[in-house]
Design a protein around this ligand. Structure first.
Ligand SMILES: Nc1ncnc2c1ncn2[C@@H]1O[C@H](COP(=O)(O)OP(=O)(O)OP(=O)(O)O)[C@@H](O)[C@H]1O
Ligand SMILES: [Mg+2]
Length: 610
């Protein structure tokens, strides 16, 4: 029984201890940082039946019960003394641990609660922030839309202003163009009036001159006829007298015996007068025929003769029947043999051949001619090509040089009109080649141009105003910049003649070696062969293509003319040698000194330019 009571006592004391601890613990919890209410600890085990009544029952009115403490201390002493003390303390410890774990769990729960709260708050903030952003972006979009509209509006206004400006500009340009056109028309009208005036004056002058000429001619003719008549009558009388004397002498000597009869005959004055009259009539007939022929000849010459400005032409000077004209050769153009003596870069040569062929066919196609301008360094073949084109185009051609116009003075205008009037007579169309064009067709404002020259240029402009189906102009110059703008405006094809390249220089050397030293002049007639002193034959030895190519490389910068002259110098050097042999050494010597000469010339030219 005692054995059974002891554990019961121990349990009671443990319970009491626990209650004390719990009451102590309650104080500790109140001090802790957590403010939540502690869960009531598990209800203490029921007190043993013999256990003293709870301390609360015996507590004083102040609420503090010192007995309880004593009881607790006693219980602790009992526990301490009990063999279950260890177990009890273990129990208490695990109880405490459980409580701590619960508290930790509660703390975690609390933390989670706050975290959730926090997250909720953040989510709210996020939402608010998103809402703000949304509103801001809406405001921004609205602002952008507004700005865009503003920009569009201002752009539209700008465009409108620009359109208005453009329209104004166009209007002003139109007014300007109208004014220019009016000025041009006025100038043309003026030129036309001037031309008309000139023509009228010329016609009047011509009429007056013709009248005066006719009167003076008639007077002169009458005078001359009178003189001639007198003279012839005198001569005739003298002749008749001589005859008479002769006859008289003959009659006297031969027929003295019939003196009486003859005297009767010779004294028959009516017969004598009849004889004289017959001879006079014969002389007058001869005179009239001769004068008539002279006047007709002058008329034909005036109407159809070649103007004096033309230096060379395919049209005959006097179109008398039976005389054959100098025919331009057109066959060579189609046969491809044209320009065989002209060395140019292949592309340039092709263009020129093409143009020559097109010019030759223009008339047959009833198309307007295309005027041409050749320009480039001196001696590069402009004149040569223009001549060749003129001769081979199948048209009639006429060549004049610009330098011939200035010396004519006031007559130049008339001469220019003469050329165009004359050129119109050509059935095939006329190629008018004006060499050294800058001398005649230079800028009208230039100070060194005389009034007469200006009028001549105006006359040419007047006659070439429209695209012509009768005349094609080919101008050659080495100063294209000096030409009057109105002239360049009339040009359809502009061709530059550059200095020859190495291959062209080689071909030029070959061409002139052949022309000056290898070719026999077989065109000369037997008569000229007989009459002319024949040149010595040149023997060409070892002049290879390589040697010529080497020379071509060295003579960089030479023009076609310089190369032709170089080969002429080689020819002269060969004729100067005793054996008339051209060998590489002689050739190279001439080439070397010609190069030195060229360089010297270039130096002088650059010094002069500086
Ligand atoms: N491309 C060429 N092919 C063959 N020979 C040429 C060539 N260029 C020039 N020559 C020779 O030079 C000479 C002079 O040429 P041309 O009179 O045609 O020169 P240009 O260009 O009219 O010179 P400029 O401007 O001084 O009047 C010709 O007669 C010819 O012998
Ligand atoms: Mg020339």
């Amino acid at each position: 029984m005692r054995r059974l009571l002891r554990p019961a006592k121990a349990a009671a004391s443990v319970a009491a201890g626990a209650a004390v601890l719990a009451s102590l613990g309650e104080v500790a919890y109140a001090d802790s940082i957590f403010s939540f209410r502690r869960q009531p600890a598990a209800p203490p085990p029921p007190p043993p039946p013999d256990a003293p009544a709870p301390a609360a029952a015996s507590s004083g009115s102040s609420g503090f019960d010192p007995e309880a403490l004593e009881r607790g201390a006693r219980a602790l002493r009992q526990i301490n003394g009990s063999r279950y003390a260890k177990l009890l303390f273990g129990l208490m410890q695990s109880q405490e641990e459980t409580r701590l774990a619960e508290m930790a769990a509660e703390k975690v729960h609390h933390d989670i609660y706050w975290k959730v709260k926090e997250i909720e708050a953040k989510r709210k903030m996020g939402e608010e922030y998103r809402e703000n952003l949304k509103q801001q972006s809406q405001i921004e979009a609205q602002r952008l839309r507004y700005e865009d509209e503003l920009a569009k509006k201002s752009k539209q206004e700008e465009r409108e202003a620009e359109r208005r400006r453009d329209a104004e500009l166009v209007r002003m340009q139109e007014i300007g163009a109208l004014k220019r056109e009016q000025a041009r028309r006025a100038t043309e009208q003026k030129i036309l009036e001037q031309e008309l005036q000139t023509l009228k004056e010329r016609a009047k002058n011509d009429r007056e001159t013709n009248k005066e000429n006719a009167i003076s001619n008639a007077k002169a003719k009458a005078h001359e006829a009178k003189l001639t008549e007198d003279y012839e009558r005198r001569m005739l009388v003298e002749l008749m007298n001589g005859e008479k004397e002769k006859w008289l002498a003959a009659i006297n000597t031969t027929f003295q015996h019939i003196e009486g009869g003859l005297r009767t005959l010779l004294t028959d004055r009516s017969k004598l007068v009849m004889g004289i009259g017959g001879v006079t009539a014969l002389a007058a007939g001869v005179y009239t025929t001769r004068e008539g022929a002279r006047v007709t000849w002058g008329y034909v010459n005036r109407i159809l003769g070649q103007p004096s400005l033309i230096r060379e032409s395919s049209m005959r000077k006097f179109p008398l029947p039976g005389l054959k004209a100098l025919k331009p050769s057109s066959a060579s153009l189609s046969g491809g043999a044209a320009f065989e003596n002209v060395i140019l870069h292949p592309s340039l040569k092709r263009r020129i051949e093409h143009l020559a062929r097109a010019t030759a066919n223009t008339k047959s196609h009833d198309a307007p001619f295309r005027n041409m301008l050749f320009y480039g360094h001196p001696g590069t073949g402009k004149t040569l090509v223009a001549r060749e084109m003129a001769r081979k185009s199948g048209l009639d051609y006429a060549m004049m040089t610009g330098g011939d116009v200035a010396p004519l003075g006031s007559e130049a205008v008339t001469k220019i009109h003469e050329i165009f009037d004359w050129a119109k007579k050509s059935q095939k169309g006329m190629l008018l080649f004006i060499d050294e064009a800058d001398a005649f067709l230079c800028e009208r404002n230039s100070t060194h141009m005389s009034e007469a020259q200006r009028s001549a240029l105006n006359a040419l402009l007047f006659r070439t105003g429209d695209q012509s189906r009768d005349i094609v102009l080919v101008l050659a110059t080495n100063r294209p910049g000096d030409l009057d703008a109105a002239i360049t405006d009339r040009i359809d094809e502009v061709i530059e003649f550059p200095l020859p390249g190495e291959e062209e220089r080689f071909l030029l050397l070959k061409l002139y070696l052949n022309n000056y030293m290898l070719k026999d002049d077989d065109k000369s007639s037997p008569w000229s062969t007989l009459l002319k002193k024949q040149p010595k034959k040149i023997h060409v030895r070892d002049i290879s293509d390589d040697l010529l190519r080497d020379a071509a490389r060295k003579i960089d910068g030479f023009s076609g003319r310089e190369i032709a002259k170089l080969m002429a110098s080689v020819q002269a050097a060969v004729y100067g040698s005793p054996d008339c042999i051209l060998n590489p050494q002689l050739f190279s010597e001439v080439v070397e000194y010609k190069i030195a000469e060229h360089q010297q010339r270039m130096k002088l030219a650059s010094e002069a330019a500086a």
